[in-house]
Design a protein around this ligand. Sequence first.
Ligand SMILES: [Zn+2]
Length: 116
Amino acid sequence: MKRGFTLVELLVVLVIIGVLIAIILPNTLRAIRQANTKECASNIRAINTAIQMCYTETRNWASCDTIDELTGGGYLEGTPTCPFGVAYNIIGDGANGYHVDESAHFAGWPQAETHN
Ligand SMILES: [Zn+2]
């Protein structure tokens, strides 16, 4: 004999699904956040390395201080995109050299695991 679910049975199923989501979601979000943070840190390292390679060859900071110059010169493959949607700004001066401004991406990078 066929019968439908009772309201109580449906509610029990919904509560179980809700509990499962509540358990799984925070871990999933943290995993995504950690993966994005690693990708961003990796991008920053790649850009900083490209800046150094560019300067080593050109001895001219002014031609190594934009992403376009780095990709155009073949020091950087493609344009890195921050998974958090923050632009990679290159800062510095001729005396101390140039590097990516990490402050917009990390507090206390590279130690911190969190992304602003
Ligand atoms: Zn970032």
